[in-house]
Design a protein around this ligand. Sequence first.
Ligand code: AGP
Length: 609
Amino acid sequence: MCGIVGYVGDKQAADFLLEGLSKLEYRGYDSAGIAVYDGSKIRVEKCVGRLAALRDKIKDNVPQGSIGIGHTRWATHGRPSDTNAHPHTDCSGDFVVVHNGIIENYLTLKEDLIEKGHVFKSETDTEVVAHLLEEVYNGDFEESVREVLRRIEGSYSLVFMCRQHPDELICTKQDNPLVIGLGDGENFIASDIPAIINRTRRTYILNDGEMAVVRKDSIKITNRKGEPVTKKVFEVNWNAEAAEKGGFEHFMLKEIHEQPKAVRDTMSQRIAKDGKRIVMDELKWNADYLNNFHKIYIVACGTAYHAGLVGKYYIEKLARIPVEVDIASEFRYRDPIIDENTMLIVVSQSGETSDTLAALKESKRRGAKTLALTNVVGSSIAREADQVLYTWAGPEIAVASTKAYTTQLILFFMLSLYMAEIKGTQTEERVAELVAKLQQIPAQISETLSDVEPIKTFAKQYGFNEDVFYIGRSLDWDVALEGALKLKEISYIHAEAYAAGELKHGTLALIVEGVPVIALATQKSVYEKTLSNIKEVKARDAVVIGIATEGDDELGKYVDHVMKVPETDELLTPILAVVPLQLLAYFAAITRGCDVDKPRNLAKSVTVE
Ligand code: AGP
């Protein structure tokens, strides 16, 4: 996720560009840049670091001009650096572009453009768009941009400048947001409303495939076929702070609802064109490499550790390699058995967690091959590991991790399938069947999110209990651990997750009348056993909320309430089952008046041991 702005009017463009970017830093902040037409050429100023670094760089020589574009970056392709920062230009500097999203066919386009003599400066997918525009430009700015859009594939919001057309900006979008702010003798473009809300509340919200030619006194919008589109003005009635959360009350709720897109983005480019297998161009492993490993450790903290537990199950089930999962702060002090036949996988949303980074360094010192799964390009853990796989969830602002967890599970699932295919431990048919189910997950998460009222009711009903238990077996236990952590960390309720079969060995003593128990029963292979554990707690008059899959009409007979998630392969069910648990924690915290996005005692990234 990145932040984009554009300005055309009679005032200094840089003033709005910098102001607008400051309101969009929650969308990405590893580098920033602006481009302004100064009357003879387009001047580009950009650098790595937060917006403050850019302001400092240009403070004595701010680009002058009344038309420009700007960008604040969340890296996906190409680490954070001055050259990878946006805006990007073609060879001549006459064509300049800023981009949010992923150009999925950029490598093919780049190879072709290099063959035609284009010289690239950055590692990004975005730079390809600038050179492509240079390649196809025929004097008609709008038609040339349309030709570019015919050749690129992927998700994008784009804003273009052209030196030969110094009084207009062209913008367009596909699967990423873009709004136009309507001013008086000036117009604004932005990824999101917060950037423009201090200048105007009258906006056009662009739809996928629409293109706008924006001048200071006119806006021409057309559809993919070039036909004129008449837009209704959308009057923004949010305050600035609410606008940053996209109209949601908290970042956590916004990020829970971003999961379908985060999961889709993390999958994109890693599913083969035939939709039947996984490709991981970042790794390029083969059977010799994989067969070298006798053991895999997965090491992480908190939610990432819980994702690792599911990752273990996936790798052992699909790729048949032994896996051990460990909490990072314990792992490095237990003198782990590591040699050159060991793989260490670290998982970290922030890529900066000290315990995890320390475990990674210690494992490398002992000879392990290392792989990082992280959400932040260029983070310390990303740079330290031998290889990296990125989740593409976009910035996760809320302290409670949600979309990072589901995208980590997706990444582990794809990695396990990739390993299985290399090792031949799964048939092509089984792999194809699972890849097909995987592609349904974003829509199934959306379906799960479509009706939150029952969960809100449970949260109000049970939100004042001081003790809550989560139980499950197999993958359900792993998800129960994550559900309990969510509830603890934002509602401050003492929640405990337990392997359902373990209750009778002690914890059952705590189950008394009225104690809420969240029972996950999605795993068919252990369903009957889980049912008997549910009966155990019901016999002690617990209040049981069951989590089941669609089509299970049995569980409802034994519990007080049932929350259902869509049917899929039970390996993939954790990605769906966690969503009601995230929402339950969220609404319980609201019921108790807690600070959802910034819970007491906690930080988003724990960079101390
Ligand atoms: C999760 O909700 C917590 N905020 C916390 O447990 C977090 O998952 C843990 O600190 C690990 O962070 P990382 O993924 O950035 O390494």
